[in-house]
Design a protein around this ligand. Structure first.
Ligand code: DX5
Ligand code: ZN
Length: 227
């Protein structure tokens, strides 16, 4: 079985007890904390910034995967690096100089990812794929949790999987938006190896589970085992 990673999006967590929500989801077997940053400018919503990243950093050894939905991008990159982010991803439309932003993220000691909205063409990969550590395909329009998976993302994943394999490099292929127990296997078959899930995980907490999210993380993994 491929090495699949489950990345709960804390956008759907209970912010009144965010620390507990992070510890619980990792103790339930999730791999990565997906951290959605929205600015009410690039996307029509406003969420969390570097101070929150810094506050949660001591709670877990897990990778913190910062998804920047902000414009401009470069100003805020060093702040997230200092706050303990491991991966920083951005949308090409939000940066004037994509190659420079990738360089900046890496200079700051983080892994760099490029994010594709449903209508963003893959040609943005043409000259930079080799420099990336992660490609993130959006299967919803960015801005909100709990939206429906856009199925055209599957073809996009297949196309990116081919391009990544052709590089021979270890580049993560992440999917974000509308990922659930009932579609994760199909998404894995299309080539994704890292799965963001917000509402599907945080909406399925059970008081009877030892760490609240054990059942849903196990259900996602058992679907991945069938992929
Ligand atoms: C949307 C965010 C997602 C979001 C996913 O702009 O990037 O990470 O939290 O939420 P679900 O899994 O509920 O679609
Ligand atoms: Zn996200």
């Amino acid at each position: 079985m491929a090495n699949y990673r489950i990345a709960p999006s804390i956008l759907s967590a209970n912010f009144a007890k965010l620390g507990e929500e992070i510890t619980a989801v990792i103790d339930s077997g999730a791999d990565i904390i997906h951290f959605d940053v929205m600015d009410n400018h690039y996307v029509p919503n406003l969420t969390i910034g570097p101070l929150v990243c810094e506050a949660i950093r001591p709670l877990t050894q897990a990778i913190i995967d910062v998804h920047l939905m902000v414009e401009p991008v470069d100003r805020i990159v060093p702040d997230f690096a200092k706050a303990g982010a491991n991966i920083i991803s951005f949308h090409p439309e939000a940066s004037r100089h994509i190659d420079r932003t990738i360089g900046l993220i890496k200079e700051q000691g983080c892994k760099a990812g490029l994010v594709f909205n449903p209508a963003t063409p893959l040609y943005y990969l043409d000259h930079v794929l080799d420099k990336l550590d992660l490609v993130l395909i959006m299967s919803v329009n960015p801005g909100f949790g709990g939206q429906k998976f856009i199925p055209e993302a599957l073809e996009k994943l297949k196309a990116v999987r081919k391009r990544i394999n052709a590089t021979g490099k270890d580049i993560m292929l992440e999917i974000d938006g509308g990922v659930k127990v009932d579609n994760i296997a199909e998404i894995a078959r299309a080539g994704a190896d890292t799965f963001v899930a917000g509402s599907a995980i945080y909406g399925a907490g059970k008081d009877s589970d030892p760490h609240r999210y054990d059942s849903v993380v196990a259900a996602l993994r058992s679907e991945l085992a069938k992929a």
